[in-house]
Design a protein. Structure first.
Length: 480
């Protein structure tokens, strides 16, 4: 998801959904616009004439054609993209680049997809992210294979695909070989905390749930809550909950959930993990008022020491830089498990591509959009991103010579500890509405607020998943 969970606007609708769900006024909260975002109306726009393919221009970009780039203005900011745009302008001085950043991706770009005149490159992220599965299913995206097979920006003897971190290419595939999405950031998801605060409790990061409860009890005695989270956007909870489910029950459990298999959510590992998280609420270890906090408010409270742990992605270091104290000693850990019977070892973590970039199939200058991505996947642009926003990129490297910040250093260490035990749930990519509005707002948020029990949450989520599995209007995907 990268910063795909972020939105600092549009809270009113989400709050209405949350309150309606709490009052029992809606059974299935949803965002119809998201599920219908790929309407293919409109006659489209004329394509830019292809340019000559050369060593310096392997994609054959028309060097006088306009290139339009729309970025999600979230936790990573926009400076890194603006820097990459300057390189494009330098390489193609006769071209005009139109760059814009917004938090309202869906409402800004939906009409343009309908009219057939979308931008050439989009960072499809944020709470208003357009549904990837729908976009792919309705042939709204350009296959990025030409980009991946093009020479890398740095080395003409190495293809772009050969410069990427493991799993990035596969994440962009939905059905077969075409690659529809290029996830630019490389995000470490997990439980984030202040090592200084943990040390003040004379505690180590807990590996079992009994140890987690003990640490939370210590924190409570010192006036600190054990946990907080983005209560208004409870689809942040899975950043630590899903890898915990994988740790407890094995990868197959997460794959079954992604595949929308019958009774996948009724697996004992899901039940154990839901009950563990609910125990945080029952014992009073969740910061009071958390269900009413958005991601910025919860992160601020956490940074101020009001809560010890928060589920999040590695963008949090940059997004909360203005409120995290200098001596905070930011750290991230893989999720705590249940006990020694867990199927996977401690250290099992969710890490994957984030910040999904797409080139619409009806873009006027798709070669330009792909070339902008090729520039962004250079070592220099990757280093620039990492240095400025404290996060890794899809480029496999880009950290040499950079002084790693505490959170980034901790994330790299967490990846090293995980080794091969890295999980990558795909629900948030394949079924955005199901993941965010139904599972997140409609069930997990309700459970963690104490309005429904774990058993009720599981029943609701299984119902939502079954509905999605039977819905013939959406394209379904499965792990290959």
């Amino acid at each position: 998801m990268g910063s795909t969970a972020h939105d600092r606007e549009g809270v009113g609708r989400r709050e209405l959904i949350r309150r309606s769900a709490a009052l029992g006024l809606v059974a299935v909260p949803g965002m119809g616009l998201l599920s219908a975002c790929a309407s293919s109306g409109g006659d489209g726009q004329s394509k830019a004439k292809a340019g000559e393919k050369t060593t310096k221009n392997p994609l054959g970009v028309n060097n006088t054609a306009k290139m339009e780039f729309v970025l999600f203005d979230g936790g990573f900011g926009k400076e890194y993209a603006q820097d990459a745009v300057k390189i494009y302008e330098k390489d193609f001085p006769k071209a005009t680049v139109k760059f814009a950043a917004t938090q309202k991706i869906q409402s800004t770009l939906q009409p343009r997809f309908n009219q057939g005149n979308p931008p050439d490159l989009i960072d499809n992220s944020g709470a208003e992210q357009m549904d990837m599965g729908v976009l792919v299913g309705k042939s709204q995206l350009t296959d990025l294979t030409p980009l991946l097979d093009a020479p890398s920006y740095d080395d003409p003897n190495k293809k772009v695909r050969d410069t990427l971190r493991p799993g990035i290419v596969e994440m962009g595939q939905f059905d077969g070989k075409p690659v529809w999405i290029l996830y630019y950031a490389y995000t470490v998801y997990g439980v984030w905390y202040s090592q200084k605060a943990l040390d003040s409790l004379d505690a180590e990061y807990p590996k079992t749930w009994d140890e987690m409860l003990q640490v939370c009890a210590k924190a409570k005695k010192k006036g600190m809550a054990g946990w907080t989270y983005a209560g208004k956007y409870p689809y942040y909870i899975p950043f630590s909950l899903y890898p915990m489910i994988g740790k407890v029950g094995g990868r197959d459990v997460l794959d079954a959930i992604d595949n929308l298999e019958p009774n996948a959510w009724k697996h004992p590992a899901v039940k154990a993990c839901f009950e563990a998280y609910y125990e945080l609420y029952k014992k009073g270890y969740v910061l009071k008022g958390t269900p009413g906090l958005d991601h910025i408010q919860s992160q601020t409270a956490w940074a101020k020491g009001e809560a010890l742990f928060i589920p999040n992605g590695s963008w949090v270091e940059n997004e909360s830089a203005n409120v995290i104290p200098k001596d905070f000693d930011l750290a991230v850990s893989a999720p705590t498990g249940i006990d020694s019977s867990d199927k996977m070892p401690f250290g099992t973590i969710w890490a994957s591509g984030g910040e999904p970039f797409i080139v619409p199939s009806k873009a006027a200058n798709p070669e330009g959009g792909m070339e902008q991505l090729r520039i962004m996947l250079s070592e220099a642009s990757s280093k620039n991103f990492t240095a400025k926003v404290k996060s890794l990129t899809a480029y496999n490297g880009g950290t040499s010579g950079i002084e790693l910040t505490p959170g980034l250093k901790s994330g790299v260490a967490a990846l090293q500890l995980a080794g091969a035990n890295v999980v990558n749930p795909r629900l948030q990519d394949w079924y955005v509405q199901l993941e965010k509005e139904k599972i997140g707002v409609g069930a997990l948020g309700e459970m963690m607020a104490g309005r429904i029990t774990p058993a009720e949450a599981i029943k609701k989520i299984q119902g939502f998943a079954d509905e999605a599995a039977k819905d013939t209007t959406i394209k379904h995907y499965k792990h290959q």
